[in-house]
Design a protein around this ligand. Sequence first.
Ligand code: SF4
Ligand code: SF4
Length: 450
Amino acid sequence: MLAHLFFLLVIGGALGMLTWSFLRIYRNIKLLKNPYPIKEIGTRLKMLWDVAILQKKIMRFPIVGFIHAMVFWGFLMVTFGTVEMFLDGTLGVVFDDSFENDRVLGFLGPLYTLMMALGDVFAYVILAFVLVFLVRRASKGVQRFTGVEMRHKDHLDAAISLIFIIFLMVSLIGLNLSYLAYAEALGKTPEGAYPISGLLFGILPESWGPEGFHRLEMASWWLHVGLVFAFMNYLPYSKHFHVFMALPNVFLAKTGPITRMSTMESVKKEVLLMMNPDAPAPTEEEAAPERFGMKDVQDGSWKNYIDSLTCTQCGRCTSVCPANNTGKLLSPRKIILDYRRRMEEKQDGLQKNGKDYDDGKSLYGDYITKEEIWACTTCHACVQECPVNIDHVSIIMDLRRYVYLEESDAPSSINAMNTNLENNGAPWQYSPSDRFNWADELYIADKQTA
Ligand code: SF4
Ligand code: SF4
């Protein structure tokens, strides 16, 4: 009874804290603009299936892709057992010392057996592969895990998350082994199937007897649910938040060609009006937007923000960036991380004082420099490579729009090109009347003259 009450308090506190973290994110999202309407649900579901569920992007690298996919699929399977543990604890059946009826989802029959069997197998698979990830990180052999934007804190965060997962799997395996040993000691049939633990539970000393096995089962159960509560509340502040965010982020990503860039509606309407006086004039709101492009995080869209929350810091974007690879300052991963860091810094002020809150700093200038944004070739290799469909270029383009339209601080080569376009109708510095000078010496020109 006391244990049941304690569990209810713990689960209430854990879910309450998680709700608070999500509400904070939701309030930030509400402050930001809408980049596009969420249509084409069929296309989005297909994208979700290919990129997130089948992990097709990452599968292009067979070994690493396979390991990542197994961990991802494994988590989906193991989550079934976690949900059941929450239910067992909430209903209190797990604290009842009788062996029977302490698995509330057992009524699912063959489906339950299958899910528990998959959960058992994947607990060992995840444990093995996460140990591989940890060793790989510790060996510092992977170049893309490094970079100016990767602080000591980020490496520590990655290690903490992996250690969390290791303990989660160890406690789950401990639970399965002791449950099976307990069942056998009582001469009962366990609920569900456990293909690997079924082979291994004999390693527990027989001398412990039913009581010892049951004590280990309950200790593993408490450790596992405690770790789940701690981990799920740690995630919103960690790079591993993609555990929650990857699926929605892929579903909400831009559809169509990844290189298609958004237009600025106000500017587009002005141009259309210049070309066709009968075109509808921009409304007052459209004609004078509060801001051209993005100076700070609140000028971004909710997609920019959830992109930043989803980044796994894998560095695949930066590793294929031609600007980064030729020694420029630009790193697409840094752009995404800077957006998240700046939002973390400013969110309390924004939520308290609204969108106009100014703390004297901004994303452009204090986090991302002019040199970085103008180094981008807009090739979209970063977007193509990102395993969770993050769009780095939309942030870069919006920062450029701000710099160009509000600060008139574009690089001199772009200013010169625009002056030429205005004066000569072409990007070159020649007068339109000289446009055919190149043909003067040619045969065709001679014939015409003759
Ligand atoms: S679009 Fe820009 S940031 Fe992305 S890979 Fe190309 S040059 Fe790098
Ligand atoms: S933006 Fe995408 S590719 Fe780049 S580090 Fe983050 S998750 Fe990896």
